[in-house]
Design a protein around this ligand. Sequence first.
Ligand SMILES: [Zn+2]
Length: 132
Amino acid sequence: MTDIFTKEKRSWVMSRIKSESHLESKFASLLRKSKISFERHPKILGRPDFRIRDKKTVIFIDGCFWHMCPKHYVEPKSKRYFWERKIKENTTRDRKVNKKLRIEGYKVIRIWEHDIKKDPENVLRKIIKYIR
Ligand SMILES: [Zn+2]
């Protein structure tokens, strides 16, 4: 398969992916500290980042770019058509996944990357309140 990205673009994409998975690990250790038992990336629809099985809750951490955060999404300068289509597909899929999981009885929590960056403890507090 040929790489659809230029070298620069590739490293930009990779850095976004890395920063997201880094946030995810940090948040996982917070969850652990608060004695919430969870699984990471359970093999269910939408591949949520976390599942709290005994509360039938799933948590997604949404990257500001990939999921078109209203505050931070910036239109890429190159390959605009490609990105626009890709990100629209993501947001459409997010909605479908939410709906299906809710039908299956899950509480679905979506957290923006920027909220976790800013104040992870606050995010955790809100989650605990919500699932209690
Ligand atoms: Zn954002």
